[in-house]
Design a binder for this molecule. Sequence first.
Ligand code: FUL
Length: 479
Amino acid sequence: MKKIFIAAFAAAMMLAACSRDNAAPPAPFGPVPTAQQMDWQKMEYYMFIHFGPNTFTNVEWGDGKEDPDVFYPTDFDADQWAQTAMAAGMTGIILTAKHHDGFCLWPSAYSTHTVRESKWRNGEGDVVREVADACRRHGLKFGVYLSPWDQNHPTYGTPEYNEVFAATLREVLTNYGDIFEMWFDGANGEGPNGRLQEYDWDLFHSTVRECQPDAVIFSDVGPDVRWIGNERGFAGTTNWSRLNIGGFEPGLGAPPVDTLNRGNIHGAHWIPGEVDVSIRPGWFYSPQTDARVKSLAQLFDIWHTSVGRNATLLLNVPPDRRGRIHENDSVRLMELRALVDETFSRDLAAGAVLKADNTRGRHFAAANMLSADYDAYWATGDGVHRASFEVTLPEPRTFNRLQLQEYIPLGQRVMSWDAEYYDAVTGEWLSLSEATTIGYKRIVAFDDVTTDRLRVNITASLAPPVLNGFALFRAPDMR
Ligand code: FUL
């Protein structure tokens, strides 16, 4: 009798263990990213290039009346752009194929204000072709910026312009290979006849979807990627990848900039933020800004307030009048790369033991947060909205950055969290940092701390927390 009881008890225990081991993954929470949005999010850091007549005229917004001959780079070298982006650690380049002046950097069949009308390469040049090819040669993705606002096109301000712009899009999106991002500028002013345009966004979007189904579409309000609400380089400390866009249209009204900066906690759509900022005061090159390239400290801060706050960083580097990235910019980019590598390539959490106070089952252990496999994550049981994990390092280590990642293919969940460390001198647990959202990647900075024990507490989560990354880093002293 006793034996039977023991056997039955053992079987029951095994069954319980099995069911825990076979626990299903957590259900997704709210809207989730598409495969295209996931690929884009993982790109993290890529280059914006503003280049065109404005490069030569010292203005930020040309009026479409400029002589096409002003566009005359003397030593154009798209490989130098791509090599610089690659060496900087970037993953792609987005080129202003057409800015508000309407000048097309390729010989468009739908405009008479293009490289073809200039003397550059006897009117036979094609900047878009050369940059697209250089990107592919150097392993970078390629994206295009096209301004719907066009101060040159004679049809601007009439329904016909929508057809012209859709045909222009089709031309760029079918002749230059894969495009990872279609960047629609929100600025919308008067055309050459003083008329405003009512844009046919349904037509523009469907054209992009048809020609480049793998591209994400950017604008003030998405539909795939949203503007972060400023051009100074920062996402909100709270930054949801969800957004409500009801009643808004690209270029025709967007949520207030502080909403774009933070997203909406209960937003109906997955529209993550992209931080666009220039390495110089202007978007276009000017010799007057040669000495005003952002400092290394500024750029490193921007890294933290963009990549470190659940956004991507689209850093503008405007080529000069030779058609090359100026040495002042490239030197700074290499310094930033070196600093980012020095800081973030050595994970001081390596070899740590992670123990959570709640785990969904064996496949969802806290240790997964140290795994290089993006799809391995820690998850708690259903109904859990607060949970902690403790980290024991192999020996006391000194660090000043802590990074967390949520497994966003299942949605964004965490509303607030904090971290504490064990101070061996006082024998107390002390606060390291307090923060709100995490998202794809969140990096918090603090002064150097030396310890072999710390704790992360998820203090509020909309659904069971699901985290796939925990790391510790040490940035060098910048003072
Ligand atoms: C703005 C434009 O007006 C600027 O010239 C620049 O292209 C920036 C990235 O977007 O809307």
